[in-house]
Design a protein around this ligand. Structure first.
Ligand SMILES: *[C@@H]1O[C@H](CO)[C@@H](O)[C@H](O)[C@H]1NC(C)=O
Ligand SMILES: *[C@@H]1O[C@H](CO)[C@@H](O)[C@H](O)[C@H]1NC(C)=O
Ligand SMILES: *[C@@H]1O[C@H](CO)[C@@H](O)[C@H](O)[C@H]1NC(C)=O
Ligand SMILES: *[C@@H]1O[C@H](CO)[C@@H](O)[C@H](O)[C@H]1NC(C)=O
Ligand SMILES: *[C@@H]1O[C@H](CO)[C@@H](O)[C@H](O)[C@H]1NC(C)=O
Length: 412
């Protein structure tokens, strides 16, 4: 049915000024409501904004109705079992809200929103929810928060504090699920490099496996060579070349430093010259708000950083600053778009901005939503083209009065 082309992903919102939706044909759904403070200019990139706002910790008990996915179109190739592009890959499972990580598996859906594959971590581990990152349409990088018992007395821990999180990433073959590569932070990065000590209310106090010291907080992995962005140790990237991985410190020129960053991505490489994009939080506190809040800059920002991989000197190429001095203590992302624009998603602040390449904001919106309430957050947001072809028939409602009738429809 041709009409199906009109349907849209529930959480996809066209980057225009009218977006405060309530579907008349599906009033049970709660699409995110935007408070657009800087309406889109003519030169925003084409495509949908894809986001997955969720309620902040305070009202987590009564507002789980809205969409809760890692909004990320991560692949566009056809696989053997799907008839269209593979697009929506979402982690599902348990969420440890106090420490911001989770346990579960990943689900890949096709354009019909049907599950075509479920992937699990190898080596008897459980996949974390931070990122499922597809490389060359063939393999995927996943992260794992693996609690392990250790003697932590060298790091000012008491005798009873013996649990630490080994930040692991794995590369899996998407088709077969086979484990191709595994990297472990404890094998390469000493806990004494963490800026967050083993204490209550910070990064876990190590008394049990649910409260293990998250000294590394892995939250993004990318591969060119291969790289990684651990959040808590301040390091920008880790190069790992199978079978051994190496960790490199980076000395950053003024402006190129980053702190508690997210979503580090390789952009281009020319010999030893590497360009990386990342979301620089410059702030940290526990998700529950307990413990100390740390700030290293007045605001968060998106960054493009030039890195020389011989000298490990980093220089700032471009920064993207928030319109309203936003500082997000967790989450966040930055995506470079085909036309040179950038979409920065302000994580725990529940807002996103599209910028021109020179850093001028040309669209800004808060994900305020009556239903999700105040304190709405969004882990990542992107702009992508997308055509949903759901197998479900569209929901249609016809509302009429003496002047005539209007037909509304939606598909999901
Ligand atoms: C939209 O956001 C702005 C900036 O935070 C705020 O001043 C305004 O009250 C918000 N409007 C609505 C309708 O929530
Ligand atoms: C960090 O730990 C390593 C061994 O794990 C040790 O060699 C090094 O001296 C420690 N550094 C500091 C500053 O404590
Ligand atoms: C783990 O330790 C924390 C901190 O001491 C405590 O609040 C929690 O109840 C413990 N959990 C279990 C399952 O023992
Ligand atoms: C969406 O498609 C249009 C037309 O092909 C293209 O110009 C644009 O760059 C695409 N947008 C994204 C976000 O990829
Ligand atoms: C019907 O149309 C008339 C004339 O355009 C308009 O004034 C009136 O408000 C409409 N009624 C409704 C219920 O929409």
């Amino acid at each position: 049915m041709k009409l199906l082309k009109l349907t849209q992903l529930l959480t996809a919102i066209v980057g225009i000024t009218k977006a405060d939706w309530q579907f008349r044909s599906r009033p049970d759904l709660a699409p995110p409501k935007l408070n657009i403070t800087n309406p889109a200019s003519h030169d925003v990139e084409k495509g949908f904004l894809i986001m997955a706002p969720f309620a902040g910790l305070l009202d987590i008990t009564h507002s789980m109705h809205g969409p809760r996915v890692d909004a990320d179109r991560t692949s566009s190739a056809t696989t053997a079992t799907s008839s269209g592009p593979v697009t929506d890959i979402t982690p599902s499972g348990d969420h440890n809200s106090a420490y911001g990580h989770g346990h579960g598996h990943t689900t890949t859906m096709d354009q019909q929103y049907e599950t075509i594959r479920e992937l699990r971590a190898g080596n008897h581990k459980l996949t974390d929810k931070h990122k499922f990152h597809v490389i060359d349409e063939k393999t995927a990088l996943i992260q794992i928060y693996q609690p392990v018992p250790r003697d932590l007395s060298a790091y000012s821990a008491k005798r009873e504090q013996q649990w630490i999180i080994d930040a692991v990433f794995q590369e899996l073959d998407i088709e077969s699920g086979k484990l191709l590569f595994e990297w472990s932070s404890l094998a390469h990065v000493s806990p004494n490099e963490s800026v967050l000590p083993v204490t209550e209310g910070q990064a876990g106090s190590g008394y049990n496996s649910s409260d293990a010291w998250d000294y590394f907080h892995i939250n993004s992995v990318d591969k060119d060579g291969e790289g990684i962005s651990p959040r808590v140790t301040h390091a920008l990237c880790i190069k790992s070349t199978a079978p051994t991985a190496r960790y490199y410190g980076v000395s950053a020129a003024k402006g190129a430093e980053s702190c508690f960053q997210h979503h580090a991505r390789f952009k281009s490489r020319d010999g030893e010259e590497e360009v990386i994009s990342l979301y620089d939080n410059s702030a940290h506190s526990s998700e529950s708000g307990s413990g100390k809040e740390i700030h290293t800059a007045p605001t968060s920002c998106g960054k493009i950083v030039h890195l020389n991989t011989r000298t490990w000197k980093a220089t700032l190429v471009q920064a993207f600053y928030p319109p309203d001095d936003l500082l997000s203590k967790s989450q966040g992302s930055m995506q470079l778009l085909p036309n040179g624009n950038a979409v920065v998603n302000w994580g725990s602040e529940g807002a996103l901005t599209e910028f021109r390449a020179d850093g001028t904001p040309i669209f800004h919106a808060y994900m305020d939503s009556g239903f999700l309430g105040e304190g709405v957050q969004d882990y990542r947001a992107f702009r992508y083209n997308w055509t949903g072809l759901p197998n479900e028939e569209p929901a249609i409602v016809c509302l009429g009065d003496k002047n005539g009738s209007t037909v509304y429809m939606s598909g999901n």
